[in-house]
Ligand binder design. Sequence first.
Ligand code: C5P
Length: 219
Amino acid sequence: MQKINVITIDGPSASGKGALSKAIAKSSQFKLLDSGALYRLYAYLSNMNFKSNEIADQIKKNVIFELGNQDLSIKYLDNDVTDDLRSEIIAKTASDLSSRKEVRTSLYNIQRNFYDGSGLVADGRDMGTVIFKDAKLKVFLTASTEERAKRRYLELQNRGQEVNMRELIDDIKKRDLKDSSRELSPLFPAEDAHIIDSSNLSLKEVFSITENLIKKEFN
Ligand code: C5P
């Protein structure tokens, strides 16, 4: 198989793949695909009553992704919808919709088209197994349930939200089961993926392991 200049970073929620993907995209000056954001946009537009067959067109024509210094910002018709997409209600709708065939099919080309021949970092659940099977480098980032719950706890606390550790652990377990047991594009590492367990590693350490893999695979 002809390999393309793509680095896929897959893994369960709160494994740190978002932060790693952004850091790698910046240091390599690669484009970034946050595929979770596309599922969230799908949910957002479906809540605005767009029909299934209209949503991909809306995304293609009216959505702009911008990778700034800190974060990826997402604009729909010139409005910044980044925070709206992060809400719990959108997350829940995106998660429900993501198991439907027409939803995954309609987002396939949009995701593939993020690759324009230059470098791309693709962050998601099925980047290495379905969308970019031909990626030069595949990373599967994971961490223990407790560690991921701890990270989510600190993140939500920083945003001033009340959180209960027990509930967070239960939520993460439920989502893991749902993501890995669904029929379409279930979450699992590609055969040729490098698995990194970040339970006892800082972002800096995970970044440095990934940078070494990039040096090996891209030179
Ligand atoms: O990663 P994030 O939380 O933004 O993803 C939102 C939802 O989209 C999740 O519930 C996840 O299961 C789904 N998703 C997916 N395939 C991807 C990326 C995200 O099914 N490649």
